[in-house]
Design a binder for this molecule. Structure first.
Ligand code: DHB
Ligand code: FE
Length: 289
């Protein structure tokens, strides 16, 4: 897909879905080349998953009409490029829980489908790339990165990416500059950072594709609460992938992606001029085992 393809189209599930699928495929290609298949594990997991579905069919007496609706829907998920979306909304939170349950440091959360590696590097107190007239409430987010024993981690980086005030992510929706609202802060000598951005809006997962069709058919809603995405890295420490949330969002209690945790709630304060918000949040990373 060409770079300007996302610049001149209306936001559409198939655009963001296919871009998310393409990005994921590129990352997997570069990281999974030498992985060996563990036949026993595949036998166990695929076998259990297939059995669970068969049990539902028998117990719920699923009809041919329902089976064919499922078949058509699964085909459409692929056509719309929405497998990353489907998996990250409905399954990733459990994988994240398994992966990080041993940690003493910060709680994490799902990565979601819209991460892009190598966001522009910024000084410890830099401003995120944004449009001149970027709509939204100005936000100053500051804090420190430490190890679980309290040592400041002076070689840490903090990556931040988030939706704009319409709920859209750069590189996945049309008409947004490439690195808009994405940056990598390099902490200072005291392992502190001060990030300047805007407050993101609540986000609705695309409603015009296969996932939206399921949501409508089941009578669910498509909302995620407003959130910041972060990746915090430091040598010798486990990578922290997290999301942070704003109190009072109507969807903090019923996030469609089940990715909100009480430890990830921010406490924003209005700035003196009343025009923006200031948020403090420290990150604590677990040393690698
Ligand atoms: C999805 C989008 C997000 O921004 C996110 O954080 C998690 C999931 C999604 O559309 O699947
Ligand atoms: Fe998100």
């Amino acid at each position: 897909m060409s770079k300007d393809q996302y610049l001149d189209e209306a936001p559409a599930a198939a655009t963001s879905g296919n871009l998310a699928s393409q990005r994921f495929a590129e990352r997997v290609a570069s990281s999974q080349g030498d992985k060996v298949v563990d036949t026993e594990r595949v036998d166990l997991l695929a076998g259990r998953a297939i059995k669970a579905l068969n049990d539902i069919i028998i117990e719920e007496r699923v009809s041919y009409d329902e089976y064919n609706a499922l078949k058509a829907w699964l085909i459409k998920v692929g056509q719309d490029g929405e497998w990353p979306l489907f998996l990250d909304v409905w399954l990733e939170h459990s994988v994240e829980e398994v992966a990080t349950s041993h940690r003493e440091g910060n709680k994490g959360s799902i990565e979601g489908p819209y991460y892009v590696e190598n966001a522009p590097e910024l000084p410890w107190n830099g401003t995120i790339p944004m449009r001149e007239d970027e709509p939204g409430t100005p936000m100053k987010f500051f804090g420190q990165v430490r190890s679980t024993d309290g040592t400041p981690l002076k070689d840490a980086t903090v990556e931040l990416w988030h939706a704009d005030s319409d709920g859209f992510y750069s590189q996945f929706a049309p008409g947004i500059p490439e690195w808009n609202l994405r940056g990598t802060w390099v902490v200072n000598d005291e392992a502190r950072f001060e990030m300047h951005s805007i407050q993101p809006a609540p986000y609705q997962i695309p409603t015009d594709g296969a996932c939206g069709q399921l949501i409508a058919a089941a009578g669910w809603h498509a909302w995620r609460p407003a959130h910041l995405h972060l990746k915090v890295k430091a040598p010798g420490h486990e990578l922290l992938t997290a999301q942070l949330y704003f109190p009072g969002d109507p969807h903090n209690d019923d996030d469609i992606a089940s990715a909100v945790k009480p430890e990830l709630m921010l406490d924003p304060k209005p700035t003196e001029d009343g025009k923006g918000v200031t948020v403090e949040y420290d990150f604590v990373l677990d040393p690698e085992a």
